[in-house]
Design a protein. Structure first.
Length: 100
């Protein structure tokens, strides 16, 4: 069997897609185009798998980052209330000491 040089030899799925389909990838699945060589299809599948993993990690990172921002915001909102109760407790303790 003769060696077939792939259309794309890089490691970027989006570039592979454009090289093989002639348009930018807009999402959705991946299907083999008629006449695509086995080597191009194999490379595309591997790059697509890596691309999906990368997108999943990015989505998880974005979700974790947003949760962290919300948590930090919530903590910031509670700090003034904690300070208020701490001052109140100190004043109650002082008034109890004076009452003795």
């Amino acid at each position: 069997m003769a060696y077939t040089k792939p259309k794309y030899e890089g490691n970027d799925f989006l570039e592979w897609y454009k090289s093989n389909f002639g348009v930018d990838y807009t999402g959705g699945g991946l299907s083999r185009q008629q006449g695509m060589s086995d080597i191009d299809w194999d490379i595309g599948n591997e790059l697509y798998s890596a691309y999906q993993q990368q997108q999943a990690r990015k989505e998880q990172y974005d979700s974790d980052y947003q949760s962290l921002q919300v948590n930090q915001s919530n903590i910031g909102q509670h700090l003034p209330m904690r300070a208020f109760y701490k001052r109140l407790l100190i004043e109650v303790e002082r008034s109890l000491m004076w009452a003795k």
